[in-house]
Design a protein around this ligand. Structure first.
Ligand SMILES: [Zn+2]
Ligand SMILES: [Zn+2]
Length: 656
């Protein structure tokens, strides 16, 4: 080992004795705002000694890596508190997840939410105690003996399953856990946390194993960030699309078909309006719509590769064992050997093959709102955002390699147009690159990744790389849509595919008269319509843009005497093409207003005897979707002649 090493911090190099601790090279600049370091690119504890030349960067508490380290350290703190408070509890694993962390325990009795305040209190005590977090390296066999002595059978099982001969243990006070780290230097670095919920979870996610008790929590570098996050969580609960969907009468779910929404008349209006909108765009952007089969023989899925790569997610009947002939040839076997399509792509290759294609036919843009089915696990289902049946604004573009760039440009433009029209003011782009398992040459991958990058640059769209997350057949542009609750949804995608044309032997005749393979671009803008509607409801809190509102105007009568006038207005507006209804029930106005508010009707038109006599109306706009909007801040009403109301509604924006 060299006696002296060179460390580079912030671009400045100097020599220090080998064995100098990471925190010392920052010369006391650290404090609680620095939780760890990157040493030659690797995340490292501040207490580790430096043994070789290194570039050392700080990991700030509020950086993405810093927050992740704080969250995992908070999981340790929680486990320490739990084992102090509930003797006999075994620990298992405690990873970080998006927005927080969890830890799975094997306690004598499952935890309930009532236990959480007590655990939080103990965590605060332990944090205040400023316990040093120490990393100890031991032989794996010694670690097994130690955890066996402690009665930590799950840790022993984990240890027996890892290949390394030496493992690290993190110790704070009397408590320790097997862990790769890194961690914050002491418990005092954990300053802003909250335990959020409890759940049951099987050991290693397998239902044949013991049921464990999981506690979820979150943690941030600062109190303000935690408070903001908790506010967003609260708002997300209020805006849960499953609740709003019920209140607005949009859709329902029933155990008779799990994960499959029943769209009620009002929900179907939204659904169909989105489809109409996309169809208008298809005409402008040169897409042709097709309607393709729902079920296909398994032969297709063997050819496409879905049988090998996606079968777990498909509703299918198995092939006949060992039969080589046509799958449905036997008299009793006509219904065997089919699968319901989970994607449209393989079917579209048959549309392409319907004719001998020449370069003059390309690009061929085929769109399909076909219903898709995917066998999602029961536990993964969630309202409209995770379903088993869906339709996408799906399209496949078959083009010559030299046409790819222009097609991507056009689709990026479409993405921007659609999301702007739907009230999402910001989009984020990532290029998902070559995964470990892939088809095609390195050269082709680099070339096509670079092409996607250039396309985004050309269109003035900033992007990041999502390394290794491309599909096995090609790279893709992932488009993330941040909603009003600061959550990011991946809805739109543009994917390059050189593989499927190969598998289905698609060709075209070039201008030189030779045969060539087309490139296939898979793309969806809204993605699954079900999921999009779920996201849109939570983004807007149900206050949809006027053109998408299932009920645009509700006329509320003040008394029986104006029933006819109210009905006349509703009929007039319906005649003008608006979705309007009259509420002439013999109920108090306050009650009717509240119901219209819950149904998120954009315009309420109130009429009494005065309005009837003057042939005017009193109009109220539903509180717009601003996060701060509350019922208390209900908008004032505005009196106007009937014809002025019609003009006002006509002036509401509708996308082209
Ligand atoms: Zn750990
Ligand atoms: Zn596709």
């Amino acid at each position: 080992m060299a006696a002296e090493i060179t460390v580079t911090v912030n671009g400045a190099s100097r020599t220090v004795p080998a064995g100098t601790r990471v925190r010392e090279v920052f010369e006391g600049k650290a404090g609680r705002d620095v939780v760890a370091a990157r040493v030659n690119g690797r995340l490292t504890d501040l207490s580790r000694p430096l043994e070789e030349d290194a570039t050392v960067e700080i990991v700030a508490a509020d950086s993405p890596d810093g927050i992740d380290i704080i969250r995992h350290s908070t999981a340790h703190l929680m486990a320490q508190a739990v084992q102090t408070l509930f003797p006999g509890t075994q620990v298992t694993i405690g990873p970080t997840i998006e927005d927080g962390f969890f830890y799975d325990f094997a306690p004598p009795h499952p935890f309930t939410v009532e236990d959480l305040p007590k655990i939080e209190q103990k965590m605060r005590e332990l944090a205040k105690a400023d316990l040093k977090v120490e990393r100890i390296e031991v032989a794996r066999t010694d670690a097994i003996a130690t955890f066996e002595r402690m009665g930590e059978h799950y840790k022993v099982e984990i240890l027996k399953g890892i290949p390394e001969e030496r493992v690290s243990i993190y110790k704070q006070g009397e408590w320790m856990d097997l862990c790769r780290g890194p961690h914050v230097p002491s418990t005092r670095y954990i300053r802003a946390f909250k335990l959020t919920s409890v759940a049951g979870a099987y050991w290693r996610g397998d239902e044949h194993n013991a049921m464990l008790s999981r506690i979820y929590g979150t943690s941030f570098a600062r109190k303000e960030a935690l408070e903001d996050h908790l506010k967003m969580l609260e708002l997300a609960r209020e805006r849960d699309h499953r609740r709003i969907g019920r209140e607005m009468g949009l859709f329902l779910f029933d155990p008779v078909s799990p994960g499959s929404p029943f769209f009620l008349p009002k929900g179907a209006i939204i659904y169909n309006l989105l489809v109409d909108y996309m169809r208008r765009l298809y005409r402008r952007y040169g897409f042709d719509e097709v309607i393709t089969p729902q079920i296909f023989k398994n032969d297709l899925w063997h050819t496409s590769g879905h049988w090998d790569n996606f079968r777990e997610n498909m509703f299918l009947t198995s092939d006949h064992e060992g039969e080589t002939e046509e799958v449905d040839s036997s008299p009793e076997g006509w219904h065997k050997g089919y699968a319901v399509k989970p994607m449209n792509c393989p079917g579209h290759t048959f549309v392409y093959r319907a004719d001998k294609r020449s370069y003059r036919d390309l690009p061929l843009r085929i769109a399909d709102f076909g219903r898709l089915h995917r066998a999602e696990r029961s536990g993964a289902l969630h309202g409209l955002t995770r379903v088993r049946t869906m339709a996408q604004d799906d399209a496949h573009i078959f083009c010559a390699p030299e046409q790819v760039a222009a097609e991507i440009d056009s689709n990026l433009q479409m993405v921007r147009e659609v999301y702007t029209a739907l009230g999402f003011d910001r989009l984020e782009f990532k290029i998902a690159t070559m995964p470990a398992e892939h088809l095609g040459t390195l050269e082709l991958w680099h070339e096509s990744e670079a092409m996607l990058g250039k396309a985004l640059d050309r269109n003035g769209m900033a992007w990041e790389v999502n390394p290794g997350e491309g599909a096995f057949y090609g790279p893709k542009i992932e488009i993330y849509v941040p909603d009003a609750l600061k959550r990011k949804w991946q809805l739109a995608t543009i994917q390059l595919d050189y593989n499927m044309p190969e598998r289905f032997d698609l060709t075209y005749v070039t201008s030189a008269g030779s045969e060539a393979r087309p490139v296939m671009i898979h793309r969806a803008i809204l993605g699954s319509l079900e999921r999009f509607i779920g996201v849109l409801i939570e983004h807007t809190g149900g206050a949809l843009p006027f053109w998408l509102a299932p009920e645009q105007v509700r006329v509320l009568s003040l008394s029986e005497k104006v029933e006819t006038y109210a009905a006349e207005i509703a009929a007039l507006l319906t005649g003008e093409g608006f979705r309007a209804a009259a509420d002439v029930r013999n109920e108090k106005l306050g009650f009717k207003v509240r119901e219209a508010e819950l149904a998120k009707v954009p315009f309420m038109v109130v009429v009494g005897e005065r309005e009837a006599a003057a042939r005017t109306v009193s109009v109220r706009r539903h509180g717009q979707s601003a996060i701060a909007a509350t019922l208390a801040a209900a908008p004032k009403s505005e009196a106007m002649p009937l014809q002025a109301l019609v003009e006002k509604l006509k002036a509401e924006p509708t996308p082209a």
